[in-house]
Design a protein around this ligand. Structure first.
Ligand code: PLP
Length: 386
């Protein structure tokens, strides 16, 4: 049932004519082991099938998938557009590396994506976005966006990590290149790093050439783990979807919270787009707390046991992370004053997760200027004698 783990190795040939035949195949794989063997091919084929793509290229991490996709379509003097809601390290690559190689980078407000045509310059070559943004969860109209990028010869690169290939297929909506951090839900067990890039036709050829030039190599063990993750992806995602939405809805009723940012909630501004383009939702979403002193957020994060404080979501475990959104953005404002907390709902018992969130919100409430009873603070002060 499962492929063997074919380790990376050099290839040897019995004769010069056998070498020449392999060289004639014009595939690096036929002459040298860097681009992988059977284990890699199985995973490439599986991701390509799930994304409805002609082919998939593997990279060592989600970030390297993004950088490799970018480098496949830009030249010195070009301009790229990036959504202001993008995954932060993608921004670091654009600002620190693309700019150094003479490529102009500008960010656009995801709330104004309908006016993207105005941002396109004669030298614009690529546009990178995520829908929804994986911290702030604004949805983008990928169909409308791709109509504009197509008309201007701009390569549309979509980071589809949040939805997984099960819940959304950006190529079918008009994207040219789809990337995933396989590290998240695809591997699904918080135990390895992997990236994938899927595309068709000329875009795929350029991505393959870019990966070859950059020397991208993934361990076959990681490919094996990703294949194993894929076998349970549908059941895990169904549980993540249900549990995440249940907790998001439950949080909406808490008065410590200003807003819950989750496109599967009917009240969310991106809900109609989510309904149109997605078959489900993952369990990563954010809540915005009412403004309170910094110590309130510290109290919120104090003594958590099920929720870890960490970045790398998509595994079995629940996580939370605070973000200062205003500090991340350069092209758009942020309408909320209070702190944003991103939540990843893992596969634990939903009631136990709610109990832990309930306790965290009760601790937070003590710092709000409201008449609500504040037992935690009083008890805490008594315990510390302050
Ligand atoms: C984590 C993440 C990445 C980067 O993936 P790594 O495998 O950690 O390099 C890219 N995009 C999004 C949306 C992510 O959450």
């Amino acid at each position: 049932m499962n492929p063997p783990i074919e380790r990376g190795s050099t290839r040897v040939f019995r004769s010069l004519s056998a070498l020449r035949i392999a060289q004639g195949l014009a595939q690096e794989r036929a002459v040298y082991g860097r681009s992988g063997g059977e284990t890699h091919r199985r995973l490439e084929q599986a991701i390509a099938a799930l994304e409805g793509a002609e082919g998939t290229v593997l990279t060592p991490s989600g970030l390297s998938a993004i950088t490799c996709a970018f480098l496949s379509c830009v030249n010195r003097g070009d301009h790229v557009l990036v959504a202001d809601s993008i995954y932060e390290p993608s921004r670091m690559f654009c600002d620190q590396m693309l700019r150094r190689f003479g490529i102009e980078v500008s960010y656009f407000d995801p709330g104004r994506a309908a006016q993207i045509a105005r941002e396109i310059r004669p030298n614009t070559r690529a546009l990178l976005c995520e829908s929804p943004g994986s911290v702030t969860f604004e949805m983008l109209d990928l169909r409308a966006l791709s109509a504009v990028t197509r008309a201007h010869g701009v390569t549309l690169i979509v980071d589809n990590t949040w939805a997984t290939p099960l819940f959304c297929n950006p190529l079918a909506l008009g994207a040219d290149i789809v990337v995933h951090s396989g590290t998240k839900y695809i591997l699904g067990h918080a135990d390895a790093f992997l990236g994938t890039i899927s595309a068709n036709g000329e875009a795929l050829q350029r991505v393959s050439a870019s990966a070859r030039c950059l020397g991208m190599h993934v361990s076959p063990d990681e490919c094996y783990l990703a294949l194993r993750g894929l076998r349970t992806l549908s059941v895990r995602m169904e549980q993540h979807f249900r549990a995440g939405l249940d907790i998001a809805q439950w949080l909406q009723n808490r008065h410590e919270i200003e807003a819950v940012l989750h496109p599967a909630l009917p009240e969310d501004s991106g809900h109609a787009l989510w309904q149109r383009d997605f078959r489900g939702a993952s369990s990563l979403f954010s809540l915005v707390l009412k403004p309170a002193p910094t110590s309130a957020l510290e109290a919120f994060f104090e003594g958590l046991s099920l929720f870890g404080i960490g970045y790398g979501w998509g595994g079995f475990e629940s996580l939370m992370m605070p973000y200062d959104v205003a500090a991340l953005r350069t092209a758009s404002g942020w309408r909320y004053e209070g702190p944003l907390v991103r939540i990843h709902v893992g596969l634990e018992d939903v009631c136990a997760l709610k109990a832990e969130l309930d306790a965290a919100l009760n601790r937070y409430r003590c710092f709000l200027r409201t008449p609500q009873a504040c037992v935690w603070r009083i008890e805490n002060q008594a315990a510390t004698g302050s």
